[in-house]
Design a protein around this ligand. Structure first.
Ligand code: WT7
Length: 679
């Protein structure tokens, strides 16, 4: 949680003007121009988005209203419909259309491997051929329009190729981040009823080998036990291909073999060798689903966020163009993994929709050393760069020398996403990384919003470090108080949005009621982001943090309930409560209080086992940094765990506030005493 007093101080200044290098060529050069465009996007969204839609390819015309929605449960079902009735294909729009516009020989993706020097690239024309080939493979395996395809892959070119092939044949993709465990993969495959999995033999993240295929094999075993079968599993020969080409290497070592199931598994390279490289796109309705992507929910079970064709395409394309002020000739590098929404919208769809070259980076910011990002920036002459505060903070710790070793002179816009970019990290980004010559775009958005919601425009918005500034076109943000009333002027409260925008998520897959309750249940008539915010006297927005039971760790939402249930599954655990704890690099980390069953003894070994358990059930990102023994937990008389009090105990803060509703406060002192020695 960001402290309101700190925000109020930052809100008073200083204010940084946008970079003159960006202003000179900007799409939007003044705040006056921004306001004019913004007002039109709110007052006449059909005309605003209609003009943008003209650059894309459509068949037919919308039936009924172009943009129709209901945000109020008291008026019936929640729905959003944008250009329904028109036919399109997103893959065609982001690839073929660019080729027809003469960009066929331009680079679509640069690939930069984990090891420096390991790289490749693909032009728009080659990308089309490879996407069509893989689309034909999917069809040959029996995948049809409307079937769901799970993708569990490293950051290699086959990942966007698989994504785009799904889009081409109208089979919604469900990408599962390669850091998730076998059980998380299974949960997602089952929930979205995927019929096929695309994966790879393995990958290196820095020096660490991740045997993806063997994790997928564990997932198949669990699926088999649950009587669920897939049509097939297509495996990219990524690490082994290297072995084929270069022979055994040491280091890094390669896995010499992987498990193989003749009935299920097939090699990507063998399959694509036997099919045509032409594939007519499937013409889909504007409101047909494009993809599902799972995000953490406060009840613990991940939600399958559904995005559709036309609205998502236009919004990803437009935010990419304006938030990064993209121009032909720019080279763009987003460090996010395609396993997250940032990778969907701003590694794949947004850049390609603009005909941009986008870098797919397999490695880490600190491998082989903390200069890797800047090495890539110089190598490809990157002008627009997009990363997360956690990466900026981790590089800050290594000092400015790693940055200054590289010229970085091509940089113009530096973007940030995922969690609040604290003023100290903002200044390091601006002054050290950007040499004081770049605009910073701190973009606030969510898996659910499909694209940027609050962001500066780098050619016109005066920047306040730590603020996400103003709404993007089409977004009408409001600050609500506890009663759900809009508050005006300088104010603090719940951040909500009062009007639909084209890429508003359409539903939670398989559970529309959960969608309605989660996002529209708290305040009737509003999409509720789940974040708190502060709006200063100049109208700048500042995000204060989550107001639900999700914790943002390194820019990714983690559900405390989900981590707690993973912990409770351990035989020795009777009860668990997880709260947030400040972390220098991750922003926040997880702190768990554990009550063991009677007779069990808390030990370092138990802690190790429990961490392993969470890693296995969910994945490394959900592993608590701290686990403390809790012979009892503070509870209300109705038996609710008082996490607010636990947060204070974790922080060794004895100002517990009102504890009059606590059933038995005798446990408090013991909990303070049992705080881990490492703190
Ligand atoms: C949550 C959404 C959108 C891609 C990455 C995360 C937090 C996101 C910012 C920002 C402060 C931010 C919010 C939001 N968040 N961007 N610029 N400043 N907080 O996607 O996993 O759907 O998480 O991330 O809490 O609700 P996600």
């Amino acid at each position: 949680m960001v402290d309101i007093a700190d925000i109020e101080k930052s809100a008073l200044g200083p204010v940084y003007p946008p970079s003159p290098r960006v202003v000179a060529e900007a799409h939007v050069k003044s705040m006056e121009e921004y306001r004019k465009m913004y007002d039109r996007s709110i007052n006449d969204p059909v005309a605003f988005w209609g003009d943008i839609a003209k650059q894309f390819y459509w068949k037919g015309a919308p039936e009924g209203r172009v943009f129709d929605y209901n945000f109020s449960k008291s008026n019936g079902r929640i729905f959003i419909k944008f250009m329904e009735g028109i036919k399109t294909n997103v893959c065609y729009n982001v690839i073929d259309r660019n080729i027809e516009n003469g960009l066929g020989d331009n680079v679509a993706f640069y690939w930069e491997g984990n090891e420096p020097g390991d790289d490749s690239k693909v032009t728009y024309s080659e990308l089309k051929r490879r996407v069509c080939q893989f689309a034909n493979v999917l069809k040959a395996k029996g995948v049809k329009k409307g079937d769901h395809v799970a993708i569990y892959m490293p950051m290699i070119l086959e990942l966007p190729i698989a994504v785009l092939a799904c889009a081409r044949i109208g089979a919604p993709h469900s990408v599962v981040f390669g850091g998730f465990s076998a059980e998380s993969l299974v949960d997602r495959i089952l929930d979205s009823k995927c019929c096929l999995l695309v994966t790879a033999d393995g990958l290196y993240r820095g020096k660490k080998l991740i045997e993806l295929k063997s994790i997928a094999d564990q997932a198949f075993q669990i699926l088999k036990d649950r009587n669920y079968s897939l049509k097939c599993c297509i495996v990219v020969r990524h690490l082994l291909e290297d072995l084929d080409k270069k022979g055994p290497q040491e280091p890094p070592k390669r896995p010499s073999n992987i498990g193989w199931n003749e009935e299920l598994d097939c090699w990507w390279h063998e399959e694509v060798a036997n099919v045509s490289d032409e594939c007519e796109p499937e013409w889909l309705d504007a409101e047909d689903p494009l993809f599902l992507l799972y995000t953490s929910g406060s009840t613990g079970k991940p939600k399958g966020v559904v995005h559709t064709q036309a609205g998502y395409l236009l919004y990803a394309a437009t935010t990419f163009k304006y938030s990064f002020d993209y121009h032909h000739g720019d080279v763009y590098f987003c460090t996010a993994d395609v396993g997250w929404i940032t990778g969907h919208s701003y590694v794949v769809y947004g850049p390609l929709a603009n005909g941009a070259p986008s870098i797919v980076f397999e490695g880490l910011p600190v491998y082989p050393d903390a200069g890797r990002y800047w090495d890539i920036v110089d190598k490809y002459k990157v002008s627009k760069f997009y990363t997360a505060p956690t990466a900026i903070r981790s590089l800050m710790r290594f000092g400015p020398d790693y940055v200054k070793k590289y010229s970085r002179k091509t940089l113009k816009v530096l973007g940030s996403v995922g969690e609040p970019l604290n003023p100290e990290a903002w200044r390091f980004y601006y002054e050290v990384i950007g040499n004081g010559e770049c605009s910073i775009s701190d973009t606030f958005w969510q898996t659910e919003t499909g694209g940027h919601v609050l962001t500066p425009l780098p050619g016109c918005t005066p920047m306040k470090p730590g603020s996400v500034c103003f709404p993007f076109f089409g977004i009408k943000p409001v600050v609500l108080n506890e009663d759900g009333n809009e508050v005006q002027g300088q104010s603090e409260g719940y951040l909500a949005i009062s009007q639909a925008w084209p890429s508003t998520m359409r539903t939670v897959y398989g559970d529309h009621e959960r969608y309605e309750n989660t996002y529209f249940g708290k305040f009737d008539g509003y999409y509720c982001t789940g974040d708190g915010c502060f709006r200063d006297k100049d109208g700048y927005f500042w995000i204060t943090g989550r107001i639900d039971d999700c914790i943002n760790v390194s820019g990714h939402l983690t559900s405390t309930a989900q981590v707690e249930s993973a912990l409770i599954e351990h035989d020795l655990v009777a009860e668990a409560a997880v709260v947030s704890y400040p972390h220098e690099i991750k922003g926040q980390c997880l702190y768990a209080f554990l009550t063991l069953i009677k007779g069990a003894e808390f030990s370092d070994e138990v802690v190790v086992q429990l961490k392993q358990q969470v890693r296995q059930k969910i994945g490394s990102i959900a592993v608590p940094d701290y686990i403390q023994d809790a012979p009892g937990l503070p509870k209300t008389r109705s038996g609710k765990i008082m996490r607010r009090v636990l947060r204070k105990i974790a922080r060794n803060d004895h100002q517990l506030g009102d504890i009059s509703t606590m059933a038995d406060s005798s446990i408090i002192e013991t909990l303070f005493q049992l705080r881990p020695a490492s703190l």
